[in-house]
Design a binder for this molecule. Structure first.
Ligand code: MEV
Length: 321
């Protein structure tokens, strides 16, 4: 008589998985990075925490306040990540301390934190490259044709030089170390159109006037490399100038707006070594400014008078103990 085989036991999902992923700022090279040029991006201390608790089947717990398109998009992105990580039986919830939809990498942080939590729950490896593969699934749902810069920066958690040739599956990454503390003031301009719309409108202009736009993109890529060299030497003035020129080129590509420009000029008038939009830009988003002492800059009354929401972040370099 055949002996009954014991039912295969499913490994129980570990209890109380918590995974954090930071938001990001793009120091130099946004948009051009989509077309294969290098860019520099750095993590913020703020980000997204994903929590996974055992459940009957995989699922995402969303607050009832998140409705409409945003809810559907997040659910669709989560379904892709869940499938890519083997649908572990957990319910994932998300918590963020990042301003949303202003170009500070909230969707990439959601993708990386969720990927880490799901992979961990599935008992799969959670090396950076495993996390990147799953997070990319979510980023594709959010942004259609992401360069990969945002979620790669979030997964590395360090200032990186990133480049991905348009036909390559993955980007190349180099961690850039800074000889001096690199501190930014980050100022929020406000709501903006979704990244996928800004990227797609730019693509239409590129398709119409390819050689003109390609020239500008190439220059932006060069600025990213010059910026990386300046950071390695501790030459903040050269980095600041690269940021200023990069902002001008983004304006030339139609990616800035009067609100963004006004804030960039205010920050320069306050002594910033460089200031530019960060992320997709368009009609709003956020601006970054390089100051030797951003805490002192934040205390200047001009920002409070203009009711600007801002914060300071050290993105690389030696830290005071
Ligand atoms: C968005 O944070 C950065 C862009 O360069 C788009 C991308 O890299 O996928 C505008």
């Amino acid at each position: 008589m055949a002996r009954a085989r014991p039912a295969a036991k499913k490994a129980p999902a570990p209890v109380g998985i918590t995974a954090f992923a930071p938001g990001k700022v793009i120091l130099l090279g946004e948009h051009a990075v989509v077309y294969g040029h290098p860019a520099l991006a750095a993590p913020l201390t703020w980000g997204v925490t994903a929590r996974a608790a055992p459940a009957k089947r995989v699922g995402l717990g969303l607050p009832p306040t998140l409705t409409g398109k945003g809810r559907k998009l997040l659910q669709a992105a989560f379904a892709r990540a869940a499938g890519a990580s083997g649908n572990p039986p957990v319910r994932v919830t998300l918590e963020s301390d990042l301003p949303v939809s202003v170009g500070l990498g909230s969707s990439a942080a959601v993708a990386v934190a969720t990927a880490r939590a799901l992979l961990h729950a599935a008992g799969r490896p959670t090396r950076v490259r495993d996390v990147l593969d799953v997070a990319l699934e979510m980023e594709r749902e959010f942004h259609a044709t992401p360069s990969g810069l945002d979620h790669t920066c979030s997964a590395y958690g360090e200032l990186i030089r990133f480049q991905r040739k348009p036909t390559a599956a993955r980007g190349t990454v180099r961690v850039v170390s800074s000889a001096r503390p690199l501190k930014l003031l980050i100022a929020v301009v406000g709501d903006r159109s979704p990244t996928r719309e800004t990227v797609s409108a730019l693509r239409q202009r590129i398709d119409r006037w390819p050689s003109r736009y390609r020239r500008v993109m190439e220059d932006i890529g060069k600025l990213a490399d010059e910026g990386a060299e300046a950071i390695a030497r501790g030459d903040l003035e050269t980095l600041g100038d690269a940021m200023n020129v990069n902002h001008g080129l983004l304006g030339a590509l139609g990616l800035s707006s009067p609100r963004i420009d006004a804030l960039v000029h205010l920050l320069r008038s306050m002594g910033a070594l460089g200031a530019k939009l960060t992320g997709a830009g368009g009609d709003g988003g956020a601006v970054i400014a390089l100051f030797r002492d951003p805490e002192r800059a934040m205390a200047q009354p001009a920002l409070a008078r203009a009711k600007i929401r801002c914060f300071e972040s050290q993105i690389a370099g030696p830290r005071a103990l």
